[in-house]
Design a protein around this ligand. Structure first.
Ligand code: CUA
Length: 162
């Protein structure tokens, strides 16, 4: 084979995968987003952070049963705590979290539950998780939010079904 042709084939062997990879990723992204309906935990609504304490459900943060086995939590994050700081639900419950921040950027991360969301002032984050196993699940702030960020935590207590 001529030297020129060999170089051309080498170039082709590099160029084709470098085109195929991003195209494949875009296709996978489109299929999961539009076909399977898989999205990032997202901003669902907006709220004026100055009036958040007067805006439902954040005017009375807490746990509310909305259906059998279904609970809704209106939650406020602020330096350096979550309100409510403790959530009690029976095992097998699905908890719908509606979370916003009163001040700076926080995060809500619950290990071993599918909860990992940024909590931004002015935006309401919605995420839901099912708690099947009884026990204590820590709720952690995982966005650096100031000097006592490491102390910002709460817990979900999942009680065994009686
Ligand atoms: Cu709130 Cu870190």
């Amino acid at each position: 084979m001529k030297r020129g042709t060999t170089i051309y084939l080498y170039e082709l062997a590099w160029i084709l995968p470098s085109i195929a990879l991003p195209v494949g990723m875009l296709v996978a992204l489109a299929v999961t987003a539009f076909g399977a309906g898989i999205h990032l935990p997202s901003e669902v609504g907006r709220v004026n952070p100055l009036h958040v304490a007067a805006t439902p459900p954040f005017d009375a943060p807490g746990v509310k049963q909305i259906a059998p086995g279904q609970y809704e939590v209106g939650m406020l994050a602020q330096i350096w705590s979550f309100t409510p700081g403790e959530i009690r639900v029976p095992a097998g419950s699905t908890v719908h979290f509606w979370v916003t921040s009163k001040d700076v950027v926080h995060g809500l991360f619950i290990p071993h539950a599918n909860v990992n969301v940024m909590v931004l002032p002015g935006q309401i984050a919605h995420v839901e998780a099912r708690f099947d196993r009884p026990g204590e699940y820590p709720m952690l702030c995982h966005e650096y939010c100031g000097i006592a960020h490491h102390t910002m935590a709460g817990k979900v207590i999942v009680e065994p079904r009686s």
